[in-house]
Design a protein around this ligand. Sequence first.
Ligand code: CA
Length: 93
Amino acid sequence: MSDIVTAISLLIKSFNKYACKEGNPCTLNKGELKLLLQNELGELLQKANNKDELDTIFQDLDTNKDNSVDFTEFGRLVLCLTVMCHEYFINKK
Ligand SMILES: [Ca+2]
């Protein structure tokens, strides 16, 4: 597999690992999102430890307001973080 296909596969696998923990196996509830943010994105998003910040992140991601974060909504976070990291590395050159 190419690097990008590998990255896509790992993103899906990581999302599913947390989405399957409780309730609907295709979406993240707030507890699942918190675990994913802490375990997988802790280096980038320390805010996930703060309840108010977690509430804000969850509400911002849950754009259709069904009280869960599906893969499309999660994908927006990944894209934003990827763009931020890309800008960071460009500015470091
Ligand atoms: Ca949603």
